[in-house]
Design a protein around this ligand. Structure first.
Ligand code: MRU
Length: 366
């Protein structure tokens, strides 16, 4: 697969500053992504020129988080046309290959609907190009797919800033917050959804502390959330996933704020495994439970959460930590990557268009 690796390049600097983003487009190099599997031990980038390698990067979690997966796939389709131009393919062969790549990217992970939404947005670009006077010029198609991916990226980051502002308004002074998994800059075009709310609360001078669940089995909370919040000098404290009930009993927690991978019309919300437990604990302690997500994460085609496909991952993610077996060999494991929190446990959705209760969603989505 066409992919290369670097540990210290100007490309890394462009990913880290002025604001952290997990991926970027470079006209020369192609799609450049932080290898999130290496964090926090090493900051490494991988450069992609092949859309099938991008699909593999999504499956193997080089890039992860619902919005970031969608953006990677959108750039992946631009790479498809760039690759066809390199290969000197005919118009027909270019389109056939594009559809093949699109199908592989769409199947790379099942739960986050942002992946499908971003690919659908690129298919609309393809259709508009096919109806245009440039329909036989694939260099124009490449320019338009690239431009759309960049626009989606920019809109996601800007939407997160708006989401953050709406979310911060909900938070009290000296807010103590709790989050799960990583719904931060690393999971999005930039700034983050749940962590965007945390950042905006801090920018408003109202953040006392943010607790981060470690998020077994892959430890996105410990490895990614804590890394990006510490880099921003935000007051983060790490917890293991089972501590949230005792935390709420013993100390003040003002709100839980998490991201989502797919939200049905009634407000049932799929997010990283363990989110449902957290929502139940929050309900038992009267702590507001907020889900921060952009419009692309809402699946208006689904009436409720029963239709959300839940990814099941390899049992070794549970059996083995950092290369060390932590359970007897051959032990059966059930490893769903996500769970669905029923709408009645969710106080409100924080979106780039404002704050909605589950009951208000249907109107917004139609
Ligand atoms: O398996 P992951 O790391 O892709 O799961 C990520 C999450 O569950 C996030 O909370 C979700 O995608 C929202 S990211 C803004």
């Amino acid at each position: 697969m066409m992919m290369s690796q670097a540990t210290a390049t100007p490309l890394i600097e462009r990913l880290l500053a002025p604001t952290l983003t997990p991926l970027l487009w470079d006209d020369e190099a192609g799609l450049v992504m932080l290898d999130q599997r290496q964090l926090p031990q090493a900051v490494m980038v991988l450069t992609y020129t092949c859309p099938l390698a991008v699909a593999e990067a999504i499956t193997t979690m080089v890039v992860r988080g619902a919005p970031a997966i969608g953006l990677a796939a959108a750039y992946g389709l631009a790479l498809s046309v760039k690759q066809s131009l390199r290969q000197g393919l005919s118009l027909q062969a270019t389109l056939t290959q594009l559809h093949q790549h699109e199908a592989v990217l769409r199947a790379a992970r099942p739960t986050a609907v942002n992946l499908m939404a971003c690919l659908d947005a690129q298919l609309a670009v393809l259709q508009a190009w096919q109806a245009s006077p440039h329909a036989n010029d694939t260099t124009v198609l490449l320019a338009e797919l690239t431009q759309k991916a960049l626009a989606l990226h920019q809109a996601d980051a800007a939407g997160n800033q708006a989401m953050g502002r709406y979310g911060a308004e909900l938070m009290p002074d000296n807010a103590v917050l709790l989050t799960h998994c990583n719904a931060g800059a690393l999971a999005t075009g930039g700034y983050g959804t749940a962590l965007g709310v945390v950042r905006a609360t801090a920018e408003a001078g109202k953040l006392a502390r943010i607790y981060a669940n470690e998020t077994r089995p892959r430890l996105q909370g410990a490895q990614l959330t804590c890394w990006e919040l510490m880099n921003d000098n935000l007051p983060v404290t790490l917890l293991t996933d089972g501590m949230s009930g005792w935390l709420m009993q013993q100390r003040k927690v003002d709100a839980v704020v998490v991201g989502a991978d797919r939200i049905a019309r009634n407000g049932d919300a799929a997010n990283k495994i363990g989110t449902y437990n957290l929502a139940l604990v929050a309900k038992a302690h009267g702590v507001p439970f907020y889900v921060a997500a952009p419009r692309f994460t809402f699946d208006a085609a689904l009436a409720d959460g029963s239709g959300i496909p839940i990814e099941e991952r390899c049992g070794d993610e549970v059996r083995v930590i950092e290369g060390q077996a932590v359970s007897p060999a051959g032990l059966p494991v059930w490893n769903p990557g996500f769970d669905v929190t029923p709408a009645h446990l969710i106080t409100a959705f924080i979106t780039e268009a404002g704050v909605f209760t589950p009951e208000q969603l249907t109107d917004w989505l139609t």
